[in-house]
Ligand binder design. Structure first.
Ligand code: UT7
Length: 327
């Protein structure tokens, strides 16, 4: 049986207009623009206004992606929203997006932290490949400012809010997803997490008093694992796609820290010019990072028809994922 080609029919982004610079952060915590820039590469990030939820940014991104694809919301077969900052525990943010854009298809959320978009993409690809669904809206949306402790300088400078969306569907030969790869290792679940707010530690006065509703991260450990894991994920997806790393035209990694991106590029022997970077403008947007990076790489013509593009992500869980695309 001939394999269906699955690819991107439209991309969109939803970025809050409010910019929080490193200089703004200097006024909130004991930090400096110099420290943040040299240790992370971040200069500024976007922060959503109070009352703006993950579904709101996701809807903005979804509308742009739909418009570019030429599809109507009612033509969608499925909506998957990758997020760890859902509007609420339930109903899902997917259901909120479905209602707000006027779609009628099934919708659900997927939780894989910063790797969420790549995980959701692999689910969408499999559904389309199997012939079960045709057009799938995949959203990565996060209000990371909702779990950031603005008194903890070691984490609050790293994150930003934002959303990206992709319409994934059958494509003609030429542009297509060549391979996807995902992985998890729950043995490292403690090094990056938001402890309270779920069933293990519900939000109550005691947990709030201990600040357990905020993100906790063992930065140095996460850094090392991110570099090693993303390197392996790139090699794995290249093997699956039958391309050599020298044939990668553009690497689009999860945007957590410029030093991580440089270290991964060096290990895989990809020149920095071939690595897409926007962490300087948005910080780490968790599940939204890779899709917004893909959106901008396309918008700024950094990726062109026929090129080999690799998405690679890493996040809490641990989770990791990679996707090889012939653009
Ligand atoms: O989305 C996937 C998950 N996230 C990541 O991939 C992030 C991975 N980790 C990292 O990016 C880095 O580990 C960080 C950026 C979080 C930290 O960088 P680092 O080079 O590992 O710094 P450090 O944690 O070892 O801290 C070095 C020093 C410490 O001071 P002392 O103990 O040496 O006196 C910190 O207290 O820097 C201090 N520090 C700060 N100073 C000014 C930590 N945060 C700040 C800050 N401003 N914001």
């Amino acid at each position: 049986m001939k394999k269906t080609h699955v690819g991107f029919l439209g991309l969109g982004a939803g970025l809050p207009p409010k910019v929080l610079t490193n200089f703004d952060l200097e006024k909130i915590v004991d930090t400096s623009d110099e420290w943040i820039r040299t240790r992370t590469g971040i200069r500024e990030r976007r922060i959503a206004e109070p009352g703006v939820a993950a579904s709101d940014l996701g809807v903005e991104a979804a509308r742009e992606a739909l418009q570019k694809s030429g599809l109507k919301p009612t033509e969608l077969d499925l909506i998957i929203v990758a997020t760890v900052t859902p509007d609420m525990s339930f109903p899902s943010t997917g259901c909120m997006v479905q209602k707000k854009i006027g779609a009628t298809c099934p919708a659900f959320d997927l939780s894989a932290a910063c790797s969420g978009f790549v995980f959701a993409l692999s689910v969408a690809e499999a559904y389309i490949q199997s012939g079960f669904y045709k057009y799938i809206l995949v959203v990565g949306s996060e209000i990371t400012s909702s779990f950031v402790n603005w008194k903890d300088r070691s984490t609050c400078v790293l994150f930003g809010d934002g959303a990206g969306a992709a319409i994934v569907g059958p494509t003609l030969e030429g542009h297509q997803i060549l391979a996807t790869h995902i992985g998890s290792d729950g043995n490292y679940s403690d090094i990056l997490k938001v402890p309270a707010g779920g069933s293990a530690l519900p939000v109550n006065e005691k947990n709030i008093a201990e600040g357990l509703q905020f993100l906790k991260m063992e930065g140095a450990e996460v850094f090392k694992l991110a570099v090693r894991t993303m390197e392996e994920a790139i090699h794995r997806v290249c093997e699956l796609a039958h391309i050599r790393t020298e044939q990668i035209d553009c690497l689009i990694p999860h945007q957590a820290n410029l030093r991580i991106l440089n270290a991964v590029a060096e290990r895989v022997k990809i020149p920095n010019e071939k690595v897409f970077v926007n962490v300087d403008r948005y910080g780490n947007m968790s599940a939204a990072s890779t899709v917004v990076a893909l959106y901008e790489a396309d918008k700024f013509r950094m990726i062109k028809k026929g090129q080999n593009v690799i998405l690679v992500a890493f996040g809490g869980g641990l989770t990791w994922g990679s996707c090889a695309i012939r653009w």
